[in-house]
Structures are given as structure tokens and as C-alpha cells.
Design a protein around this ligand. Sequence first.
Ligand code: IDP
Ligand code: MG
Length: 149
Amino acid sequence: MERTFIMIKPDGVQRGLIGDIISRFETKGFSLVGMKFMSVSRELAEKHYGVHKERPFFGSLVDFITSSPVVAMVWEGDSVVTSARTLIGATNPITSAPGTIRGDYGVTIGRNIIHGSDAIETAQSEIALWFSEEELATWESCAKSWLYE
Ligand code: IDP
Ligand code: MG
């Protein structure tokens, strides 16, 4: 079973999309293994987006992520890293497909509602950055045998 890191960004929280977003992951068939509602420190935001530190939008991205609370989550399931990116949609919401989270709710790249890890290794390092081992619950959904053959 794979795990991925998902974060509802400040715009998703402010716009009242928490319930809808969680529901999409739940109804798809993934299992929640960790979740916290939190303010993000500059240090954490800079580490999380460290790969983009030379990009012109880095400062405004860190300002945005630290501007208002986020929902940090870990979801589990078969191929969840790739599948979550599909549910989320392309980075720029103006071209994200309808039916995806960004395609349904966003209009601009700097306010694209949600983050999802882009690869298995990234997911592992992002989960370790945002969560301690004790904050993650190992459990098995009663629907598992109806989701997987
Ligand atoms: P991703 O979130 O789809 O993985 P990345 O390219 O990793 O996209 O960029 C990280 C985040 O940085 C994006 O989700 C978006 O919020 C922001 N971002 C990316 N490119 C731009 C840009 O050109 N202008 C403003 N913000 C950007
Ligand atoms: Mg990315």
C-alpha cells in the first residue's frame, strides 16, 4: 500500500472546500491515515517548497501558504500518489480538466487549492516533514475487500 501527502491550501480552507475535497478522496476508495488543521511556519513552508526556491514565485508562494491555516493529510491506497495527482488536476487550474479539484474550483495558478506529492519518494519525504510516526494511524478499512480483488 502506497501513501501520499495531501494539503488543502489556505484558499481551499477559506473557500469552504475541506469537506468536498476529503469526500473525493474517501469516495474514490482511499484511506485517511493522518490529518491535522494547522498554521504553517515559514520554516516548514520553505522546506516543503525547497525545490522551488530559485523560482520567481517562491516568496509569494511561502507568503500564501503561511497566510492562513491548511489541512495536512496522509492518504493510503494502491497507486495513491499518481491517482491523487489525477484527482487534483493540472497545476494551472485554468487548464485543469473539469471533474478534477483544481479544474472545478480554481482560476489561477497561485491559488490552486490543493497540494499532492508528485512521486513516491517525494511523498515519503513530505510525509516525514509534516507528520511524526505517532500521528499516523495504521488501520484497515472494512471496505478493503470490496475495493480490491
Ligand atoms: P504542483 O503543485 O502541481 O506540483 P509545482 O510546479 O510543484 O506544481 O508548483 C508548486 C506550487 O507553486 C503550485 O501548486 C502553485 O501553487 C505554485 N506555482 C507554480 N508555478 C507558479 C507560477 O508560475 N506562478 C505562481 N505560482 C506558481
Ligand atoms: Mg509539485
